[in-house]
Design a binder for this molecule. Structure first.
Ligand SMILES: [Zn+2]
Length: 190
């Protein structure tokens, strides 16, 4: 079998379930059969993907190259950062927590209050209303004391900083074992 089209019954535009089941695992069969097939087909044509008009222009080509360059350098940055996290000697729950902090996939006191899960948006430790979740991890008095007591440089911390930017700076200036301490402290503070 060379082509995906051999797995498709062209007269009914459906997947050939018997053939697919004989070649793939049950999970793969399920995944393949979930892919919708076009009932009506039209001839192939070339379109320029980076513009809604489908037509290539020098201007949109230039813009596309600039965006690719920006995304590439950001991707390399993120990849190096996550490689570092996954290379540390940490338990999976701490690694996953750090990943969630960097993506901001976490319930903040303000969010929980807005969804009527918490009675109040106020921080339990200091009584302030946090601007964002960085309050708990960095800005609040307790967090600040923890970071200062383990010797993290505080000179570049500000309220508008996101967790990814901050932890990346800590990792850049730290030994391997200190990065492990910093990641564990962040997890414990949350
Ligand atoms: Zn606080």
């Amino acid at each position: 079998m060379d082509k995906v089209s051999e797995l498709i019954d062209q007269s009914t535009k459906t997947w050939k379930l018997d053939l697919i089941s004989s070649r793939f695992t049950p999970l793969e069969v399920k995944t393949i059969c979930c892919i919708p097939l076009l009932v009506y087909t039209s001839g192939d044509k070339l379109v320029w993907f980076a513009d809604n008009s489908d037509m290539y222009t020098v201007r949109s080509g230039y813009r596309c190259l600039i965006n690719l360059h920006i995304n590439d350098s950001m991707d390399t940055d993120y990849t190096d950062f996550y490689k570092k996290i996954w290379g540390l000697n940490l338990s999976p729950k701490i690694r996953i927590a750090i990943w969630r902090f960097t993506k901001e996939f976490i319930p903040t006191t303000v969010n929980l209050f807005n969804r009527r899960i918490n009675q109040s948006p106020i921080c339990f430790s200091c009584g302030e209303v946090p601007k964002n979740f960085m309050h708990t991890l960095l800005i609040c008095g307790l967090a600040k004391n923890v970071w200062q007591s383990i010797g993290v440089d505080w000179s570049n911390v500000n309220v508008n900083m996101d967790f990814y930017t901050w932890l990346k700076l800590v990792f850049q200036n730290s030994r391997h074992d200190f990065s492990e301490i910093a990641a564990t402290a962040a997890w414990a503070l949350w």
